[in-house]
Design a protein around this ligand. Structure first.
Ligand code: SF4
Ligand code: SF4
Length: 351
């Protein structure tokens, strides 16, 4: 490539492989990224341009900087995925605090929510046994009926009687001054011919959008933060890939891109939001955002729409007439790992 073309590309933010490198490496060369020097490589060259390297935190950008950043991304994604990709910047609506409720007596463990989430949010289809793992933000845990897990009378026990099959797995109930709540065996990778299995019940877990999020407290660069609607978001361009948030999260809700995500062109959902489902890059963290790209437009999250038994409910916690407020008022409701004091806005309930 000629030097003139190269300079032109840099000016346009269309840098090629010769100048592409991770934001972290770029900053390192400038000598300003001491905190990031001991961690895994961040965003790959393919995903970056000089203009992106130099852009500031999304929250700190002026409107015109945001417009330029979004135009850059739309151009790059459209070329990369060979279709017209939009990157929205829809603001958080006023007077809304999003909350989620999941009926564990209804869930049948079919995992359609997981599939819908992967499709909607452009998660890496990945490859098993490589560093390009498939990424799924929702996990559905299978548990056996009949032990002491999730029986109402046990929810406030501080120390559990040990489960006949061991103490690993899920906790519920309990108090901050006690060691653990109730524990029981869980299975993530169940593959029966048919669900639900007779002696099982199912417990889906995803980001709980904590009001006092441990991940946000742990992030050294404020790449992750709580948005005005209470959804915890990640600025992917600002993430340095240190994985402190993953360590801090009690819910195993965050996923790290060890390799370049694998997202076939034909599978890519082109309707994206800057803080939501836009394609991620190697070396950054990701997680559920309650489908921010949908809910800021007044739509339901994809998992809510996909659930065939209506176990998933979503709405505005500030609206006393909303379905979610009625559930909180009239059902047996609990929050997962309450004793961590992260104040999830994700509620579990039973009929
Ligand atoms: S569940 Fe984990 S990732 Fe989600 S907000 Fe809470 S601490 Fe953060
Ligand atoms: S979002 Fe997580 S991985 Fe990214 S910089 Fe913050 S703590 Fe590190």
């Amino acid at each position: 490539m000629s030097e003139d073309k190269r300079k032109n590309d840099i000016a346009e933010g269309q840098d090629d492989g010769a100048t592409k490198e991770s934001r972290r490496d770029f900053l390192k060369k400038l000598g300003v990224a001491a905190a990031a020097t001991t961690v895994a490589p961040a965003a790959t060259a393919k995903a970056a341009s000089i203009a992106e390297h130099l852009q500031t935190h999304f929250e700190m950008m002026s409107d015109s900087q945001k417009e330029k950043a979004i135009a850059r991304l739309e151009k790059r994604y459209s070329e990369q995925f060979e279709k017209q990709v939009t990157v929205a910047n829809t603001p958080a609506p006023d007077g809304v605090l999003f909350g989620y409720a999941l009926n564990i007596s209804k869930c049948i463990g079919c995992r359609r929510c997981v599939e819908a989430c992967v499709r909607e949010n452009n998660q890496s289809r990945g490859e098993e046994d490589t560093r390009h793992l498939p990424i799924q933000w929702i996990r559905v845990l299978e548990m056996t009926r009949g032990n002491d897990t999730f029986q109402l009378e046990n929810w406030h026990k501080g120390s559990p009687s040990s489960s006949p099959i061991g103490d690993y797995g899920v906790q519920s109930g309990g108090h901050a001054d006690k060691a653990v709540g109730i524990s029981g065996h869980v299975e993530h990778y169940y593959e029966p011919e048919q669900v639900p299995e007779e002696n099982s019940f199912y417990f889906p877990v995803q980001c709980q959008q904590c009001e006092d999020p441990a991940c946000v407290r742990a992030c050294p660069v404020r790449a992750t933060y709580r948005d005005p609607n209470g959804i915890v978001v990640i600025d992917y361009n600002w993430c340095i890939g240190c994985r402190m948030c993953q360590l801090a999260c009690p819910y195993w809700a965050r996923r790290f891109n060890w390799g370049e995500p694998i997202l076939p062109n034909e599978d890519m959902n082109p309707k994206t939001h800057y803080l939501g489902n836009r394609p991620r890059m190697r070396g950054v963290m990701e997680k559920c955002t309650f489908c921010l790209q949908r809910v800021r437009d007044g739509r339901y999250p994809a998992c809510v729409e996909a659930c065939p038994v209506g176990a998933r409910k979503f709405g505005n916690l500030l609206d006393p007439e909303s379905e979610i407020r009625k559930i909180l008022a009239h059902k047996k409701v609990f929050r997962f790992k309450e004793d961590f004091n992260t104040e999830p806005k994700f509620f579990y309930y039973m009929d």
